[in-house]
Design a protein. Structure first.
Length: 153
């Protein structure tokens, strides 16, 4: 049992799942999979989050470490970047882990999230931006990095 060598921390709609799948194709890299919770993507563990209804923190550190093996292993949860308590927990338990953050043009990122969610919405993209703080906030990478990562790593 071991901790991961790297963690992909986000950001949402910035290619994290594509990166996970490409890394998983490499024979020397073991990417952790979540097959236990059908409500979330099988590529996401969401272990370090607190307050996430799909979190797995309550399963314990030994459960988490048991997910990893091989010379090089990692995991991905695109919302870690948004969660200060996740960053704090990582810094306490895996202070030497490598963090990978994918980013893209914030407007393209927001529109991609809108496209993913629009079947649930009756608003235009402009109206959705006005009413959904998250679309814009998730593209403010500087704030997320400075407020949630740098205090701990």
């Amino acid at each position: 049992m071991k901790f991961p060598d790297f963690i992909i921390i986000g950001a949402m709609k910035c290619g994290t799942t594509v990166l996970w799948h490409n890394l998983n194709k490499h024979p020397g890299i073991n990417m952790c999979k979540n097959w236990e919770d059908p409500k979330i993507a099988s590529t996401e563990i969401r272990f370090w989050n607190n307050g996430d209804p799909h979190r797995t923190w309550n399963k314990g550190i030994d459960w988490y470490k048991g997910l990893f093996g091989g010379d090089c292993c990692g995991e991905k949860s695109a919302n870690y970047i948004e969660t200060a308590d996740a960053m704090k927990r990582m810094s306490e338990h895996v202070p030497d882990v490598k963090l990978i953050l994918n980013i893209r043009n914030p407007v393209d990122r927001a529109y991609s999230e809108y496209q993913m969610q629009r079947h649930k919405l009756s608003k235009s993209f402009d109206m959705s931006l006005a009413g959904q703080r998250g679309y814009l906030y998730r593209g403010l990478y500087y704030l997320q990095i400075s407020n949630k990562i740098f205090p701990f790593f």
